[in-house]
Design a protein. Structure first.
Length: 428
């Protein structure tokens, strides 16, 4: 096939402009690798007048992305608007129904409506590709869907929000509080317009939910992700964790257990010598474990014009080459509805609490843990203040249920001041 593949691009923000630049600057390379030219016929964005520092004069303009999605001269609708409702969703549905393939970077849309969209696409005989929705430039969707397709995936882990990793690593390197680094990141423009999407773990949880579906053959279930953001991580915990050889990361973990599918996005301690522990700044990392392949570590830029546009164009080129894969790696009707398992897999925990400095206080804490079946691995008391002292405890493996039971009981001992901090230590 030598007919050009014609793109309609909706959304001309950082990523949309990046896609236009690749199509314009790499036309020969794209044509050579696809065996046909890749061209843009029409574009759409909120403001036509905005200066984007890229030449759009050869392309038709549509104010309405839905109209763009239905144009006869568009083969592939490239959705870079964002948001799980409104114009992005309307336009993607319109494109599929009008017989267009879809390439999108929209993680929220897929996390909330992935199953329905996959069914719509299959019914229409079209494909939806979304490499750019997960971990920016890292080809993790492709790795799972294609290169690792013969593996039973046992676990996926990842640092998939660069802003959170920037905040946590900057807190550690500069010795600054969460609040100070949050303000700094906001001023540098590193955070989403609604920062809660980043620091609340929501953006990263969208990505985890999408990867879980491909990895475990299940319907995307964002609501089943146990979610905790980084807002409560203190510089004290970062320092104490570092002292014990750990780093704190906003870590996504998905694994199929005997009790169902466990999906978590929460701050975790990981060994500072591990690839995840050494991940600095705004970079992303995804770790995939498969029964045949073992462990694969993918690392790279999770956001930004070039990396995200690179992922969008990889999908476009697959379509240009005639590669047509089911949305989540297998027919939509075969994706199972998985039972959600809350932190089913046991792990060691880091506990930090303030104890009254009086006889028997430590014994009461140890007894409370013991009664919940939790064994202490390491313990340290440091920096006595007037009437109390901070205590760090690393437990042996336990379940979150047992830990919660122990933490509840600790409140009744009257020796713990305030609320203890509990952070899972992930074996990576
Ligand atoms: N805000 C995200 C991040 C990029 O910081 O990684 C878009 O998902």
């Amino acid at each position: 096939m030598t007919e050009p593949l014609r793109l309609g691009i909706a959304g001309l923000g950082t990523v949309g402009v990046g896609v236009v630049r690749i199509v314009q600057n790499q036309a020969d390379l794209l044509a050579a690798r696809c065996g046909r030219p890749v061209v843009i016929t029409a574009v759409s964005a909120r403001s036509k007048a905005k200066n984007r520092d890229v030449d759009l004069s050869d392309y038709a303009w549509e104010d309405d992305p839905v109209a763009l999605a239905k144009r006869a001269d568009v083969d592939v609708f490239v959705e870079l608007i964002g948001g799980d409702t409104g114009p992005a969703k309307d336009a993607v549905q319109a494109a599929l129904k009008a017989g267009k393939d879809v390439v999108t970077a929209n993680k929220a849309l897929l996390a909330h409506h992935g199953q329905a969209l996959a069914e719509t696409a299959e019914a229409a005989g079209r494909v939806i590709r979304f490499e750019a929705a997960v971990a920016g430039g890292i080809p993790v969707v492709k790795a799972l869907t294609e290169g690792l397709a013969a593996n039973e995936i046992t676990r996926i882990m990842g640092v998939m929000n660069g802003s959170c990793n920037y905040i946590l690593t900057r807190m550690q390197s500069a010795g600054l509080s969460y609040e100070a680094v949050f303000d700094e990141a906001n001023q540098l423009g590193y955070l989403e317009a609604d920062p809660e999407l980043d620091v609340g773990g929501i953006d990263a949880a969208h990505k985890l939910a999408i990867l879980s579906s491909i990895a475990f053959g299940t319907q995307v279930d964002f609501d089943a992700v146990e979610l905790e953001g980084i807002g409560a991580v203190t510089i004290e915990d970062i320092h104490q964790a570092a002292d014990m050889g750990y780093r704190i990361k906003l870590l996504g973990v998905a694994q199929m257990t005997g009790r169902g599918l466990e999906q978590r996005m929460s701050p975790c301690l990981v060994p500072d010598t591990s690839p995840l522990g050494q991940l600095e700044g705004g970079t992303n990392m995804v770790v995939i474990e498969g029964d045949a392949v073992g462990q694969i570590v993918l690392r790279g830029a999770g956001a930004g014009e070039g990396p995200t546009a690179s992922a969008v164009m990889g999908d476009v080129m697959d379509i240009a080459r005639g590669l047509r894969l089911p949305t989540f790696g297998q027919p939509a009707a075969s994706l199972r509805s998985a039972r959600a398992a809350r932190a089913a897999v046991s792990a060691p925990y880091y506990l930090r609490m303030q104890l009254l400095d009086k006889p028997g206080a430590l014994a009461k804490v140890a007894q409370t843990l013991g009664e919940a079946g939790i064994s202490i691995d390491r313990m340290r008391q440091y920096g006595h203040q007037d009437t109390s002292a901070p205590v760090l405890i690393v437990t042996h493996k336990t379940t979150r249920t047992a830990l919660d039971e122990a933490l509840d009981a600790m409140a009744d001992t009257r020796v713990v001041v305030g609320t203890p901090v509990a952070i899972r230590i992930e074996e990576v």
